[in-house]
Design a protein around this ligand. Structure first.
Ligand code: SDX
Length: 428
């Protein structure tokens, strides 16, 4: 909705740019006609002040620490809903009825198996391959197996591809773990919940019955909900950009997985736990805080800071509470939890972190829970990718369905050499 405007004066020429107001959050200045009218680009590497799209999925208020999915707060959803229900909400826009949730869960469960040929695909990897490398390879390879759901112009095929991706990520992730520990792959057991099925495929063995621990199942399901979607973060923007060229959904999600792997993004949960382990004991914390503040030291406190949240990450608050529940329920005394709590306390009272508005984000505590459940740190970002797949798929569907959608193709500020003549080798 555009009913206001700003005027930009360039070379004595007044250019009127419409202002568009959303449901909530900052208005946007519509600059789509700026280049045509001014022969100038805007410049915003990192997109700190740039809205790349219109979306109705998720809203974040970085100052108030608010995170909403289709209008519902992450606090209420993580407390009262489930990952399957939040997945339905993100994909369809409304909370499901009992019958709709049952039908959706049934549909997802009927796509949990992988084409059997894909199991041999794993054998091409080294046993010590990072599971995220396997995720990038196997998810990208899905487009070689599911040709009947790659035509993005067909809504039916888009729906099937979306269900396949959400359903198969736990199977692919569990197989990556099994391959790394040399244990046989476990087939899905669809009598279990989405998260229970994943736990059994990961930690169960064919030789024994596997009993899902309800406390672990609920904690992991909540962690999946906390990671489901998060506006136009780097990996979601990657999925949207890949999708804008018409690439098939499996290739787009593989691109998102690759981007999420970076330690500044989804790789931070693995890096945060490794950092806590490196600190080891509370008396070492001041040394690491000093390093994080030292401009000449590239070290950063992993799991701290956020591009949008400048107050606190509401997901971290929920996560901290869940850590206590899981450690108590599993009777795990993990000394790094004490290190994490004291690190948070000291950092939040340090002028540097207060001034730069740095505090724990979603990745700071998640590693402690995942480690207590039994996941190796190399699997942490895999779990983030598993959960974020529903957000990537929902954002991809929203982009493809947008009538105004066009291929993403940013411009640049060129500061290279002006045109010059070629110098033959004999003259150089
Ligand atoms: C995720 O976008 C999303 O929504 C992401 C995510 C999602 O759900 O998709 O929320 C998931 O990626 C969470 C973030 C996980 N990453 C980390 O925990 C890695 C450590 N944090 C950072 O590298 C950093 O804080 C970022 C990348 C998260 C945010 O970086 P910005 O917004 O580009 O901020 P910046 O790098 O410009 O930092 C601002 C200042 C800098 O100091 P100055 O150059 O201004 O002097 O704060 C400093 C930084 O040096 N700083 C840190 C720091 N993070 C920023 N100093 C010490 N430790 C840190 N962790």
């Amino acid at each position: 909705m555009a009913d206001k405007a700003v005027t930009l004066t360039i070379d004595n020429q007044a250019i009127e740019l419409p202002i568009i107001t959303g449901t909530v959050g900052p208005d946007v200045i519509d600059i789509r006609k700026l280049y045509a009218q001014s022969d100038r680009f805007t410049f915003d590497p990192g997109f700190t002040s740039t809205a790349s799209c219109e979306s109705q999925l998720t809203y974040i208020d970085g100052d108030q620490g608010v995170l909403l999915h289709r209008g519902y707060s992450i606090e209420q959803l993580s407390e009262e809903s489930s990952f399957m229900e939040v997945s339905y909400l993100l994909l369809n826009g409304e909370l499901p009825s009992k019958a709709e949730l049952k039908d959706f869960s049934y549909t997802i469960s009927r796509h949990t198996m992988l084409h059997e040929q894909l199991a041999t695909f794993y054998r091409g990897f080294r046993r010590d391959a990072h599971p995220m490398a396997i995720m990038c390879g196997v998810v990208g390879a899905l487009s070689a197996f599911y040709h009947d759901s790659t035509d993005i112009s067909d809504p039916q095929q888009r729906t099937i591809a979306s269900h396949r991706l959400i359903a198969k990520m736990p199977t692919i992730a569990a197989m990556a773990y099994k391959y790394s520990v040399g244990q046989p792959f476990m087939y899905p057991d669809n009598s279990l919940s989405y998260t229970g099925n994943f736990l059994r495929m990961t930690f169960g063995v064919p030789a024994e019955h596997y009993e899902v621990n309800p406390v672990v199942e609920q904690a992991l399901d909540r962690i999946f909900t906390l990671h489901a979607d998060h506006e136009q973060n780097a990996s979601t923007s990657t999925v949207r950009l890949a999708g804008s060229s018409g690439a098939n959904p499996f290739a787009c999600i593989a691109a998102g997985i690759a981007c999420l792997w970076g330690p500044a993004h989804g790789g931070a949960n693995e890096a945060a736990l490794n950092m806590l382990r490196e600190i080891g004991t509370p008396d070492k914390i001041p040394h690491y805080i000093a390093r994080a503040k030292d401009k000449n030291d590239p070290f950063r406190l992993m799991g701290f800071g956020h591009r949008v949240y400048k107050n606190y990450d509401p997901r971290a608050t929920v996560m901290q509470k869940t850590v206590r529940e899981v450690l108590t329920a599993l009777n795990v005394k993990d000394p790094i939890f004490e290190v994490a709590m004291q690190l948070e306390e000291m950092a939040l009272n340090d002028p540097y972190f207060i001034e730069k508005k740095l505090f724990p984000n979603v990745d700071f505590y998640s590693g402690i829970i995942l480690s207590a459940i039994g996941f190796p740190t190399t699997m942490f970002t895999v779990l983030f990718a598993l959960a974020r797949t529903v957000g990537w798929v929902a954002q991809w569907n929203e982009m493809i369905s947008d009538p105004g959608q066009k291929i993403g193709r940013p411009r640049q500020l060129y500061t290279g050499p002006a045109q010059r003549d070629y110098v033959p080798l004999s003259k150089r």
